[in-house]
Write a protein that binds this ligand. Structure first.
Ligand code: ATP
Ligand code: MG
Length: 359
């Protein structure tokens, strides 16, 4: 049973003169223990969608099922208990400046019948967990952005949630601090078996901690799957754009596209090879020579690990007879290595287009 099941969710905002469909027919299934990334540009509908999960936003249609229970009809104390299971953190920490760090963390427990002593013990335990115990008597203004986000995380954990929603929680942080917050989320996921919904426009964040990802565009989920399947075999152009931001292939192609040795290179002979997992160790390049008398010259290489599985990209030139190259490509294909012809004229066109857009 999925922990969170969204079925055919629509959210339409009706305004005076128009209505905006912020979320359109979204179905997602989030399992206990997932770190589920939802990535998309500004306005894609990410925040609206996750607000539906804890009923801060009513869906116009569709079903939200949490731990097997349809939460559409719940209200009052039942709704409060559903909401307690779901913590949320935001880009702008939303801490109370007049309260100490410890008091901020205790705040969600006020009025829930937990004694003062137990509240104090809990906030201290949570502050230890996020590495800020020594700052418990400080005020938010005395902390850095990364530290404030740690306080917000501790506060979100005060009601022992099963699910943590992180809505652009690292967007205001520098890359190093972002990494440390992501590592903390990963630790909480592992140690507390906390399910995490990570909303972001940074595919790098998704790549470093998520096990699943959904890509949103104009209210729709255009692609979803395990991290490895999406990174190794993206189906949608937008997904490819996001993946490109996380590796060095595009800049490498741009450099090549201006080098005189490559400017007019035959695009059937300049190719990108992509392989995953076991294929990595196959001495295929030697085989191409032995079997087809084709040499492959590596111009650029990049291997990364996606959920522990190697994903490799090589840009190579193939040299040999036309027939040999055709056979070599078929052979690579049979070895489950994907082969893409590189059209450097297109790379230059794309670059010119982007420069124009930026100007
Ligand atoms: N309360 C509202 N009333 C009217 N329109 C809204 C409301 N909330 C969101 N929208 C619209 O719904 C669309 C999706 O917004 P949403 O905030 O969910 O996007 P997002 O993906 O979270 O964007 P960002 O990355 O900028 O946070 C946008 O067009 C937005 O203007
Ligand atoms: Mg948002």
């Amino acid at each position: 049973m999925a922990q969170v099941e969204l079925k055919n969710i629509d959210v339409t905002f009706k305004q005076k003169h128009q209505s905006i469909k912020a979320v359109s027919d979204v179905s997602l299934s989030i399992e206990k223990g997932d770190i589920f990334g939802i990535v998309g540009y500004s306005g894609a509908g990410k925040s609206t969608l996750v607000r539906v999960v804890n009923r801060l936003q009513e869906p116009s249609s569709g079903e939200v099922i949490i731990n097997g229970e349809n939460i559409e009809k719940v209200s009052g104390s039942e709704l409060r208990s559903v909401r307690r299971k779901i913590g949320i953190i935001f880009q702008h920490f939303n801490l109370m400046n007049a309260r100490t760090i410890a008091n901020n963390v205790e705040y969600p427990l006020l009025g829930t019948g937990v004694s003062k002593k137990d509240r104090k013990a809990k906030s201290e335990r949570l502050l230890k967990l996020v590495g800020l115990y020594d700052k418990k008597d400080y005020y938010p203004s005395q902390l850095s952005g990364g530290q404030k986000q740690r306080v917000a995380i501790a506060r979100a954990l005060a009601s022992d949630p099963e699910i943590l929603i992180s809505d652009e929680a690292t967007s205001a942080l520098d890359p190093k601090t972002t990494q440390s917050i992501l590592r903390l989320l990963q630790k909480l996921n592992k140690d507390l078996n906390l399910t995490i919904l990570l909303i972001t426009h940074e595919m790098d964040a998704v790549k470093s901690v998520c096990n699943k990802v959904a890509v949103m565009d104009s209210g729709k989920v255009v692609e979803k799957g395990s991290l490895l399947s999406v990174f190794s075999n993206p189906q949608n152009d937008l997904t490819r754009d996001f993946i490109e931001t996380t590796n060095q292939i595009k800049p490498a192609l741009r450099v090549l596209s201006h080098q005189k040795d490559f400017v007019n290179y035959d695009d059937r002979r300049l190719v990108e090879l992509q392989y995953t997992g076991d294929t990595t160790s196959n001495p295929v390049i030697i085989e191409l020579f032995e079997k087809f008398n084709v040499t492959a010259n590596i111009i650029f290489g990049n291997v990364e690990f996606i959920q522990g599985v190697p994903l490799g990209h090589l840009i190579v030139t193939l040299n040999g007879s036309d027939d040999g190259i055709k056979k070599a490509k078929d052979y690579l294909h049979d070895q489950e290595i994907q082969v893409y012809n590189i059209d450097l004229a297109k790379v230059r066109e794309q670059e010119a287009l982007e420069e124009k857009e930026e100007a």
